[in-house]
Design a binder for this molecule. Structure first.
Ligand SMILES: [Cu+2]
Length: 98
């Protein structure tokens, strides 16, 4: 009886620890300045390039402000990789200064 309850407690700890472990990699968001956009179709090219990067959760590219707002998993990718992706697509970018 005592041993069985210990197993239950142990299982409870294991199960409750799992969501905490996945929370450790909280998504990050970065805003990139992409000054090379020249028309309404440039954002589509840039968005597709960013979404190809493993770890990118969401990319919003706005022509009017010439910015790309990217949400990504910091365990899988980083800002340097995002900048490389837009640059390789023909649109060099930099981290937007607040
Ligand atoms: Cu264009």
């Amino acid at each position: 009886m005592l041993r069985a309850s210990k197993v239950v407690v142990l299982l409870f700890f294991l199960v409750s620890a799992l969501p905490l472990a996945s929370l450790a990699a909280a998504p990050q968001t970065v805003v990139l300045d992409v000054p090379g956009m020249t028309c309404q179709f440039c954002p589509i090219t840039i968005r597709k390039a960013l979404e190809k990067v493993d770890g990118v959760i969401e990319a919003k590219v706005v022509f009017e402000t010439k910015t790309a707002t990217v949400t990504f998993d910091p365990d899988k990718t980083n800002v340097e990789a995002l900048i490389k992706a837009t640059t390789d697509a023909g649109y060099p970018s930099t981290v937007k200064k607040p």
